[in-house]
Design a protein. Structure first.
Length: 437
């Protein structure tokens, strides 16, 4: 077996390697990750971390928690998924994406470790894409000597690749019916899988809108693991949030509670000034993402019924109240498209159905058929997302309307990648500045 050091890669080589692993799909279990961590020198043991679990709001909560801690003078990292345009968006150091060279080097190092691990596995087993990314992120965060990393879980918790970390603070944003094929058919089953990641003696921070079955599981798991539960309180109305959407106040409340719990462990007093600065400064790409120009256009990665409900409730914040809404919708086949349509169609005057750039995309014709079953006839199919958005914007211009493109993070990422700088407002690349503590 070759144990030589990894060669130098370009960003393009790193991206090709990651894309090549898509065919292996998802494989549960932590054995591969643990072996990779050993090959990489066990970076997860040196990292101080906060683990963010849940169905919706994980990325927003992760960004906000990292921002609060950064403004307390800590060198902070965030691990996010999925990305919108660039793989480098997934690893932030002090709110800045990795540069191309650092990203390529981290993926090369993790790939080197993965090859060593793959040689020890049975023939039909293989390190997955998400495992490789997670290993690269943990290695790079350790190499950068961050004080604390806020780590967003991928799928579930029990067997998620991120669960190799030993976090003194774990966050559960909420629990909804998603990924039932892998996590179980009920909210209770899904909560069990997510909360299996809670470590003994940890602080468990819970969202204020956690449903009763999930709360019952959380209380039992906390008792069994000697964990202390903290319930996130609401954010005062006087606190101004830079992230758009009513739902972001719930996410920021969780972030504040998580940051405070970690700071208590670290012996650092919470600064309300830093909290307020983080609230105002943090943006969340792909959520109520406004596009410059006319007609008013919003991109949003809501991809399940609960996220769509939160999106619809927040639309009056960002779009003209009386403008007819034109919907551009693309959904993956494992999502509850009917329930999403049931909430989106009543507020829509016209719809274009499209397909996110994924092998798991639901066909536009299937979406149109579901819409017709719900009594909505004013629709058309356009498989190419950019063309669907163009046609929707043309219709909105002619009728004094506004446009909403939603249903999938993959859809939003594809649209952002194709919009030029004159139309896309890339606030995701505007990192936090250094504030005085």
């Amino acid at each position: 077996m070759d144990t030589a050091e990894p060669t130098r890669w370009t960003e393009a080589q790193a991206e090709r390697q990651l894309r090549s692993l898509e065919l292996f799909g998802m494989r549960f279990g932590l054995d591969r990750m643990r072996r990779m961590m050993t090959a990489l020198g066990s970076p997860e043991r040196r990292l101080e971390t906060i683990h963010v679990l849940g169905t919706n709001g994980k990325s927003s909560t992760t960004r906000m928690t990292a921002a609060i801690l950064q403004l307390h003078g800590l060198r902070t990292a965030a691990y996010l998924s999925p990305h919108l345009v660039s793989w480098r968006e997934r690893v932030l150091i002090d709110a800045r994406e990795l540069d191309a060279d650092a990203f390529a080097a981290a993926v090369a190092r993790a790939s080197w470790a993965a090859e060593r691990v793959n040689h020890t596995l049975v023939e039909d087993d293989h390190v997955t894409q998400f495992e490789l990314l997670t290993a690269a992120a943990l290695w790079e965060m350790d190499r950068r000597s961050v004080d604390v990393a806020v780590v967003e879980a991928g799928l579930g918790g029990r067997y998620d690749a991120t669960s190799v970390i030993q976090s003194p603070v774990t966050v559960l944003t909420n629990v909804g019916l998603e990924h039932t094929r892998w996590l179980g058919p009920t909210v209770t089953d899904i909560a069990e899988e997510k909360l299996a990641a809670v470590k003994p003696g940890a602080v468990l921070v819970l969202g204020e809108d956690l449903v009763a079955p999930a709360l019952a599981v959380a209380e039992r798991v906390a008792s069994e693991h000697g964990a202390r539960i903290v319930r996130a309180a609401g954010v005062p109305s006087a606190v101004e949030l830079g992230a758009r959407g009513l739902f972001q106040r719930r996410n920021f409340a969780l972030a504040r509670a998580a940051a405070e719990a970690y700071l208590q462990v670290a012996g650092i007093p919470l600064s309300e000034r830093a909290v307020a600065q983080a609230a105002a400064a943090t943006r969340v790409p792909g959520r109520l993402h406004l596009i410059d120009g006319e007609p008013p256009t919003v991109l949003d990665g809501a991809h399940n019924p609960d996220a769509v409900a939160a999106l619809v409730a927040s639309l009056p914040q960002v779009l003209p109240a009386h403008a007819p809404l034109v919907l551009v919708l693309g959904v993956l086949e494992d999502k509850d498209a009917a329930a999403m349509l049931a909430q989106l169609l009543p507020v829509s005057a016209r719809a274009w159905f499209t397909a996110p750039p994924s092998s798991r995309a639901l066909s536009p014709a299937a979406l149109q058929s579901l819409a017709r079953q719900l009594g909505f006839q004013a629709s058309a199919c356009e498989p190419k997302p950019a063309r669907a958005l163009e046609r929707a914007r043309e219709w909105a211009c002619q009728h004094g309307g506004a446009v909403l493109a939603t249903g999938s993070v993959y859809l939003v990422g594809d649209l952002l990648a194709q919009l030029d700088d004159a139309h896309a407002r890339p606030f995701e690349h505007a990192p936090l500045r250094s504030y005085a503590r």
